[in-house]
Design a protein around this ligand. Structure first.
Ligand code: PXG
Length: 292
């Protein structure tokens, strides 16, 4: 089925949703994006995603031609035009059409597009049995070069690590900072649990401030658990009682093996399972209504 796409103020069929070969989003990865989920006719944490999009744009001095309310309406209307109830949104802002030089000021206006689509879910067995992951040899970009808190169109750092995951026959890889601290995965944040305390790396070492990460931290605190943003190394992951990843696509997914080491008893942990359950309730019952 052909989708209706929002592109620069218009709703067009997929076949007409085209971007110039001179767009700097394509030529240089110069742009920002968000991946957002909607469940049960509500967009999950839309305000948080929009804020991150505008923060990312500000950090690269990119002016989005819509204000945040207009962007919200463009997203909601794109879902409505496709008559979707559960799914995935990709909102993208590119620097726009320029010449073959780097200069962003030669691009007159940013391009905005929104794709609303159904989502391809990870196979259920990963949630039931837990994931195996490896550590990628490729280090996470350092924050002082390209801050990973900017959700930019330049995902090559993550893609290199994803290739390393696939070479090892797994679907996700842990990325380390240059000095060996655990940072995050290619498209997910990471948590470990030791003695009923949750640990996740602080964003300043170069992890994206994940919307799912934030929601999970709130849910854990609601359960009376302590959550600490702290630096840790692979050693602490290997010795953890539980480990799980969070992300818009993956939601909350348990990890049971890291670099060949069994985590805990090799089965999804009790706290991870409870958080996954509570996260599902949250996504089904909260969010910005699409059709009211
Ligand atoms: N870290 C990175 C590097 C990400 O790209 C997350 C963490 C999790 O953040 P949220 O806000 O989603 O909880 C992301 C987001 C994909 C895909 O196809 C993954 C993301 C974005 C877009 C596509 O796997 N991950």
């Amino acid at each position: 089925m052909s989708l209706i796409i929002y592109l620069d103020g218009k709703f067009v069929p997929e076949s007409e949703a085209k971007i110039s070969v001179f767009d700097h989003g394509l030529l240089y990865g110069d742009g920002v994006f968000e991946g957002i989920r909607f469940y049960n006719n509500r967009v999950f944490r839309l305000d948080e995603h929009l804020q991150r999009l505008y923060d990312s744009a500000k950090a690269i001095r990119l002016e989005i031609p819509l204000d945040i309310n207009e962007m919200e309406q463009a997203i909601l209307e794109t879902i409505r035009r496709n008559d979707l109830h559960y799914g995935y949104i990709r909102a993208v802002v590119t620097r726009g059409v320029g010449d073959l030089g780097l200069d962003p000021d030669k691009c007159s206006v940013a391009s905005v597009f929104v794709i609303a689509s159904s989502i391809v879910l990870y196979p259920d067995k990963y949630y039931q049995e837990g994931l195996e992951v490896v550590t990628a040899p490729t280090r996470r970009n350092i924050a002082e070069a390209l801050n990973p808190r900017i959700k930019s169109l330049n995902y090559l750092n993550n893609i290199l690590a994803k290739i390393e995951a696939k070479n090892a026959n797994v679907i996700e890889a842990i990325m380390l900072s240059n000095d060996g601290h655990v940072v995050e995965c290619t498209g997910d944040n990471i948590f470990i649990i030791k003695n009923r305390v949750l640990y996740t790396p602080p964003t300043y070492i170069g992890a994206l401030e994940g919307v799912t990460r934030n929601a999970t931290m709130e849910l854990a605190r609601d359960m009376g658990l302590e959550v600490i943003e702290a630096l840790f190394n692979r050693y602490e992951v290997y010795l953890a009682d539980e480990c799980f990843l969070t992300g818009t696509a993956a939601e909350v997914i348990p990890v049971v093996k890291v670099d060949g080491r069994i985590i805990g008893d090799g089965k999804p942990g009790e706290i991870s399972k409870e958080l996954k359950k509570r996260f599902e309730v949250l996504t089904q019952t909260t969010g910005t209504p699409i059709y009211e």
